[in-house]
Ligand binder design. Structure first.
Ligand code: G3I
Length: 301
């Protein structure tokens, strides 16, 4: 394949990017998106604050713009995200208890229903585990509604859009560590009890290197009977960047249930990681060495 998604497709995978609705009129940007990527994630436009700015009042303009543009061009969409401790609308931030639980499940139901049939996979729940080295749940207003809030969200999402794959998505779970093991235990428990979960997303926001047990970690999750996906990849620029991108592709291709890779932005100047130049295209939209190594790794073997 001569583009990222074409090469990935030949390996039975997708290659995607996050995009921002506010950049869709930038011809250089959209030219790269249209040419290189087959899976689209809205960087912010489908989050809770964007889709339900006032309680019970839903706003889909920017999310629809991204989703309909992608589908119209034959691309697929990862939905991001139905439930998260961050980027909650103000009205939700101040809620708690059963009222919050009800508001959360209504949000999941409404948004998943609006996009029913259009989403390849939803990040149903994002970043629900803590970074305390003990594998604890992250404290949040959602967690304080009861430990079962995650499975309640997954059940509501399945009921609303039975055709979408339902994922749990997190960062810092890319290697084998207490946090990823806590997620692993949750997924194993969900599978054992019939809680609907189809995939786990590994955000993969990396420094200059990738964990040595990255592939092994993806494989242990796949062995639970879920797909695994690399959902928000970016790698800090340094002398190792091209090599690190190659290693990420090789890890995914080595795990048969690793269904695809999404990078978290197009050009370095589009990245949330200011000054780190962590993406595949430079600020002018030119292909970087990391692009070439990624494409070559997808085409190898
Ligand atoms: O849209 C407003 C704009 O109206 C305002 O003028 C401007 C001034 O601050 O802010 C704009 O909103 C910003 C938004 O990005 C759009 O640019 C928010 O302040 C800013 O907080 C927001 O950052 C996003 C961040 O999630 C928020 O948590 C990043 O773009 C986005 O890349 C990042 O993505 C997350 C994933 O969802 C989950 N995993 C981690 C990843 C990186 O943090």
């Amino acid at each position: 394949g001569s583009t990222l998604h074409a090469a990935a497709s030949e390996k039975g995978r997708y290659f995607g990017t996050a995009i921002a609705a506010g950049r869709m009129n930038d011809a250089t940007y959209m030219g790269i998106v249209d040419r290189e990527f087959g899976m689209i994630t809205a960087e912010n436009e489908m989050k809770m604050d964007a889709t339900e700015p006032n309680r019970g009042q839903f706003s889909y303009t920017n999310g629809d713009r991204i989703v309909n543009d992608a589908l119209g061009k034959g691309k697929k969409v990862r939905g991001h995200t139905l439930a998260w401790h961050a980027q909650q609308p103000g009205w939700m931030q101040s809620m708690s208890g059963s009222a919050l639980r009800q508001a959360l499940l209504n949000h999941v139901t409404q948004v998943a229903t609006h996009y029913k049939g259009k989403i390849y996979a939803w990040d149903v729940v994002n970043e629900a585990f803590a970074d305390d080295g003990r594998g604890s749940r992250r404290d949040s207003n959602l967690q304080r509604t009861g430990n079962d809030w995650i499975e309640a969200a997954f059940r509501a999402a399945r009921a609303a859009d039975p055709g979408a794959k339902l994922c749990y998505n997190d960062y810092g779970t890319d290697s084998i560590n207490p946090k990823s093991t806590a997620v692993y235990d949750m997924v194993r428990d969900f599978k054992a009890r019939g809680v609907p979960i189809d995939c786990v997303g590994f955000q993969s926001h990396f420094g200059t290197t990738i964990p040595s047990d990255y592939r092994a970690n993806l494989q242990r999750f796949a062995d639970l009977g879920v797909d695994v996906q690399i959902t928000e990849l970016d790698i800090e620029q340094g002398s190792n960047q091209a090599n690190a991108y190659r290693q990420v592709v090789e890890a995914c291709l080595a795990v048969s249930r690793c269904t695809g890779i999404t990078v978290w932005g197009v050009r370095d100047t589009d990245s949330w990681r200011t000054g780190k130049n962590p993406l595949l295209f430079d600020g002018n939209g030119n292909k970087k060495a990391a692009y070439t190594s990624t494409l070559n790794a997808l085409n190898a073997g």
